[in-house]
Write a protein that binds this ligand. Structure first.
Ligand SMILES: [Zn+2]
Length: 282
């Protein structure tokens, strides 16, 4: 643990030194890559059960962000399990797979591998946000894609830092270095085959939160997340609220809050399934 925390500390210092570069490099890359358009694929579902992989962020010795005794890993697990239970209740034909159903550490590559191995139709990663400005609140749902603002890059950087807890991250993630701005840009460009569906699902999630739940929504965003990098299906990462904000934190740590958040996400999944399922699965 001491080794990991000193690695984190050293690398975080490096990140701070790279702040200026991080503003310039994304702008240059946006200009360079804007000339390319990437075709999207229309999804045709396989003739097996519609499969949803629910990924509770963090776990084990990785608590995620923490504020006032509330740990991200606990909130994400509670929401993930509630999503699974509600989905099962409303649509028993849907196959549900959890990347973790307890307090375990799972590397980012294993999470994606679970989804790919099970030929999942959707991958949904649940997280909580954190920022220094405690007045900032609300949800934001991400699809893989080019960072469109420094704020999006900050969220991806924070979530991607988890790879530093893995010994072989440079090999495992093909040279990805969470301290390098170029690495984050590379990741944001690397998955586009299911971008249209991912953004559509993300929009349904945020719509549920703002319209049905009447909770603050920061909208659909794109950034390069390592956990979404290798998934071979529409994939989103939901930041369910800011643990750094008192209202969000109290909501997310409450049973009612967890249940409402899960309900919104489930409604979005079912709406998505109805829209995109071109051939009925069973
Ligand atoms: Zn997280």
């Amino acid at each position: 643990m001491k080794k990991y925390s000193s690695i984190l500390e050293t690398n975080l210092k490096k990140v701070l030194n790279l702040q200026k570069l991080e503003i310039i490099v994304p702008i240059l890359l946006v200009l360079f890559f804007s000339a390319y358009s990437i075709p999207s694929k229309k999804k045709t579902f396989k003739n097996t059960a519609f499969t949803v992989v629910i990924d509770a962020g963090h776990g084990g010795h990785d608590p995620g962000c923490m504020h006032d005794g509330v740990k991200e890993k606990e909130v994400t697990l509670a929401i993930a399990l509630a999503i699974g239970a509600k989905l099962k209740e409303q649509s028993p034909e849907i196959k549900i797979i959890y990347t973790r159903a307890g307090d375990h550490f799972i590397s980012l590559w294993e999470r994606a591998a679970i989804a790919n191995k099970n030929n999942a139709d959707l991958f949904i990663s649940i997280h909580c946000n954190s920022t220094k400005n405690v007045s900032v609140s609300g949800t934001e749902t991400f699809a893989m894609g080019l960072n469109q603002s420094a704020g999006n890059l900050d969220v991806a950087k924070r979530e991607n830092q988890v790879v530093l807890l893995e010994d072989d991250y440079l090999t495992r993630y093909e040279g990805f270095d969470p301290n390098s701005p170029e690495s984050h840009i590379y990741f944001s460009l690397s998955q586009n085959a299911h971008m249209e569906q991912s953004i559509s699902l993300a929009a349904k999630v945020e719509n549920q939160i703002s319209e049905k739940m009447k909770r603050p929504s920061r909208g659909v965003k794109q950034a390069g997340f390592v956990v979404l990098w290798k998934t071979k299906m529409p994939s989103i990462l939901i930041e369910t609220g800011f643990l750094s904000n008192t209202q969000d934190r109290l909501f997310l740590k409450s049973k009612v809050g967890v249940s409402k958040m899960a309900e919104g996400i489930v409604n979005a999944i079912l709406e998505y399934k109805k829209t995109y399922q071109t051939s009925p699965s069973k």
